[in-house]
Design a protein. Structure first.
Length: 211
């Protein structure tokens, strides 16, 4: 059964539209990464899908094809400090706006994965629930965001060894929670997330008792 492409079918023919998606809203550490992609209708990319449904090897192959064939693309990192300052939801919304604004070709419309839209988008937009599995442009953005963030977490493993960032990418898996308790939070851990916040509060309490 062919995939439904509901949202893009409803756009006027010839509309320049971008797909937008993010990676890394849930982890305890690292940035949230947002990508925007305008695909070339004359150079279709086979195999696009929700990045979570693809193997790492397949994502890497598709990443290269998207970069090569897309009309325009952008990837934006919203770092841990900003996440903690404005909260993860607002950080993601800011990332979506920035990703669209950084496209070399201004889109006339945006299809955004999820059920919420930023208020500051530079063009009209529509939220598409499950869009990363339905709309090729959103699938492409999902892949760019996921691969870019995974590569970044591999690099952070070298800077902050012991946490296992290269394996779990900062998510709250048992290995990460154990390392967090043993080593304490590093610079990349999100202070506004409950497990990290609780550890920092405990450390502060212990220091106060020692004084």
């Amino acid at each position: 059964m062919p995939r439904r492409r509901i949202a893009s079918r409803e756009l006027d023919p010839g509309t320049i539209f971008a797909g937008v998606d993010e990676a890394g809203r849930g982890p305890l550490a690292g940035p949230v990464v947002v990508a925007a992609v305008i695909l070339d209708a004359t150079h279709a990319i086979r195999g696009l899908d929700d990045s979570k449904q693809l193997t790492e090897e397949r994502r890497e192959v598709l990443y290269a094809r998207i970069i090569e064939r897309a009309v325009a693309w952008s990837v934006v990192f919203v770092e841990r400090e900003e996440i903690d300052r404005v909260n993860i939801f607002q950080a993601t919304m800011l990332g979506m706006t920035r990703a669209l604004m950084q496209l070399a070709v201004p889109p006339q419309f945006a299809l955004v994965d999820g059920n919420r839209l930023p208020r500051t988008l530079p063009c009209p937009a529509r939220a598409v629930v499950g869009g990363d599995a339905l709309e090729p442009a959103i699938s492409a953005a999902s892949i760019l965001a996921k691969v870019s963030r995974d590569r970044h977490m591999h690099a952070l493993e070298l800077v902050y060894p012991g946490y296992g960032f290269a394996r779990h990418k900062g998510y709250a898996v048992p290995e990460h929670v154990e390392a967090l308790g043993r080593l304490g939070p590093c610079h990349e851990h999100r202070r506004s997330f409950a497990p990290v916040r609780s550890l920092l509060a405990l450390e502060a309490m212990q220091l106060a008792m020692e004084v």
